[in-house]
Write a protein that binds this ligand. Structure first.
Ligand code: FEO
Ligand code: CA
Ligand code: CA
Length: 642
């Protein structure tokens, strides 16, 4: 199936006729797509030769480009510690302690945000780089994982986030600015503020931390998966799988991950019997028998100001509580010219939903002080898809469709029990909403849905009952193209951009441009370059070997003759997922996160699948950030013609 450039009305008409004929799946199954089958070949505007889809011990990047490791788990970033080390700072994980980890780059780097220096500029040669550190992987961090007090303290210091300062040298290579005063670690010991309607909830106060949430809590942040940037130069970090860190919950607890079931209520009536990392054994904050409301302090979007090393991050409760993935922002102006900030965020679990937050109007989106608490005031809505479009249903206690659901007495209730509110208004259960991104050129919104292990009932926007390979939706805010898109509208139109899978397999249901040079599975984090082309990071979970293709960065146009023509630009090493694609403002550098390299079933610190990127016998594989640019630095957008 091809996707030449068409008007929105054509796309919608086509989608309607496809659905009437039995859905996109039926069409693609009747017209199996074979790569390169049609002549003349369509051309992608991304002018590089696609990599072969091979899983290797090292990373690979397309010919004409170079991909260099910028920083890895354990690299020293604290300026004082760097000075004291006298340059002898080679990481030795066997000597690591918690205080040392707090001075070093964390593990499992995920979402990345490049923030130019000076603040407010478009400098693409020097800036701050924020990295999420999603979760600890004890079997890859320690030769023997024991869940001892010392190991737990190290893992608590290894998650959260990092700020590093980076610069591009004359040869085009990026390096970390050693000793930068802005270098910073945020972890589970970092003091956090709370803002918005949930901030004063008593559930944020624990026996272990009676002051919690009023206004600060000593809870730090964890599960930091994807995120976004605000127009005023802060970053938003989504707390995702926070349930993994709690233990000693009620015995009658039903595991949330049970196939086909969704625990929509994260408050103290939930609970977790055994945590994944042993934290409950050594830290009462994570022991549900002593602090049953502990999980209420996580599952938020956290705002951090990397330009201000001493600033206290704030959890923005108006954006709801769930397994937040991305939190990407765009701005729409009212008729009177006042800007509203719009944040799209996904809840990454099977059958969970897609959300949108619209701030109250503001006059100056570029003023960091004026906008400091902008994300505390506004309306959170949830997406309800039908075949004709998508409706954003406001989740406001006592108003609209939520008014008859009296269990939400206040907005605090909605903030803490957002999933329950979404279900009450009939929001659409989705196939794991991951990253959401607005195209800077066409103004449309793209939603990556990673997969679904098996839904009981397909729906319009999630058409496959067993969706092993995920898909990407394309949303059309009315009334027009680019800046004319109104991201505050109640209703959008939508279509599919792609349905993942191997189109050469019968009944795959995959939909790509037939001239695609690669296929992809499990789209996760996405980014647009300044020309509006889509760069897709994939996470096949445990299915990399089964699918036989690497996780990496795949690219495609979303408009024109090359729409949905997939190619592979960067392949990560075996065992990893690739995440956090992030361009410099000029599009000439792409930073990517390589998370959990060498990991997988049966893999350990001593016997990993690869020792990327050091390939040293005394080091395990290390999660790292890679900077990708042209071999000959030209300062142009990646993927341009020679
Ligand atoms: Fe942490 Fe949804 O990936
Ligand atoms: Ca992810
Ligand atoms: Ca993104």
């Amino acid at each position: 199936m091809t996707h030449p450039a068409r008007h929105l009305s054509d796309l919608v008409t086509e989608r309607r006729s496809l659905l009437k004929a039995g859905g996109l799946l039926a069409v693609s199954a009747a017209s199996p797509v074979t790569f390169g089958a049609l002549l003349p070949r369509a051309k992608s505007s991304l002018a590089y030769a696609s990599l072969p889809q091979v899983i290797g011990l090292d990373h690979e990047v397309a010919h004409g480009y170079r991909a260099r490791v910028l920083i890895s788990w354990g690299d020293l970033i604290d300026p004082k510690a760097l000075r004291e080390s006298g340059g002898k700072s080679r990481f030795n994980p066997t000597k690591l302690d918690a205080e040392g980890q707090k001075r070093r780059f964390g593990t499992s780097n995920d979402f990345l945000a490049f923030l130019p220096l000076p603040r407010g500029s478009q400098n693409s040669s020097r800036g701050l780089l924020w990295s999420n550190h999603e979760y600890p992987a004890p079997v890859m961090m320690f030769a023997k994982s024991t869940q001892s007090a010392e190991q737990v303290a190290i893992t608590q210091a290894a998650v959260g986030g990092s700020v590093i300062e980076v610069e591009r040298g004359g040869n085009g290579d990026w390096s970390v600015v050693a000793g930068s005063a802005r270098a910073r670690r945020v972890h589970v010991g970092t003091r956090m503020g709370f803002g918005g309607p949930g901030a004063t909830s008593k559930k944020l106060q624990l026996t272990a931390d009676p002051g919690g949430g009023h206004p600060y809590a000593d809870c730090g942040t964890l599960g930091n998966c994807a995120g976004g940037k605000t127009p005023w130069g802060t970053i938003l970090s989504g707390e995702e799988n926070f349930q993994s860190y709690f233990g000693n919950g009620p015995e009658d607890y039903e595991p949330e991950t049970k196939e086909g079931e969704v625990n929509i209520n994260f408050d103290s009536k939930g609970g977790w019997v055994t945590g994944s990392y042993g934290w409950e054994k050594h830290d009462e904050r994570f022991d549900l028998s002593k602090n049953s409301d502990g999980p209420c302090r996580y599952g938020w979007v956290v705002e951090v100001d990397p330009y201000s090393p001493g600033s206290i991050p704030v959890k923005r409760t108006a954006l709801g509580r769930m397994k937040h993935e991305g939190a990407t922002t765009t701005v729409t102006r009212d008729a009177d010219g006042k800007a509203r900030v719009v944040v799209y965020t996904g809840d990454d679990q099977i059958d969970a939903c897609l959300y949108r937050f619209v701030s109250e109007p503001t006059e100056d989106p570029s003023d960091p002080v004026a906008n400091r608490d902008l994300l505390d005031r506004g309306v959170l809505s949830v997406a309800r898809f039908d075949r004709e479009g998508v409706t954003w249903v406001p989740l406001v206690a006592g108003e609209g469709e939520l008014a008859k659901h009296t269990q939400f007495a206040s907005q605090e209730d909605v903030a803490l029990r957002t999933r329950e509110a979404a279900r009450a208004v009939g929001a659409t259960p989705m196939d794991r909403p991951e990253d959401v991104e607005t195209n800077p050129v066409n103004g449309r919104v793209y939603v990556a849905l990673t997969n679904h292990s098996g839904r009981s009932k397909a729906n319009a926007a999630n058409p496959r009952e067993k969706n092993k390979h995920g898909h990407i939706l394309e949303l059309y805010p009315p009334p027009g193209y680019g800046e004319a898109a109104d991201h505050t509208a109640d209703r959008y139109q939508w279509t599919f951009l792609l349905l993942g899978g191997d189109p050469s397999q019968p009944d795959s249901g995959a939909v790509f441009h037939p001239d695609s040079e690669a296929w992809l599975s499990c789209p996760d984090n996405v980014a647009f370059d300044p020309l509006g082309r889509l760069w897709i990071a994939t996470d096949q979970g445990g299915n990399q070997a089964k699918n036989g293709i690497p996780d990496g960065i795949y690219t495609m146009d979303v408009d024109g003759a090359g729409r949905c023509l997939a190619k592979l630009f960067f392949a990560g090493p075996i065992g990893c997922e690739v995440c956090g694609p992030e361009f410099t403002p000029d599009g000439s550098t792409l930073f990517v996160s390589v998370q959990h390299p060498g990991d997988g079933t049966g893999m350990t610190y001593l016997e990993p699948a690869t020792r990327w990127p050091d390939f040293a016998s005394d080091l395990p594989p290390r999660p790292s950030i890679v900077a990708i640019g042209y071999e000959k630095d030209r300062g142009r957008v990646l993927g341009e013609e020679e």
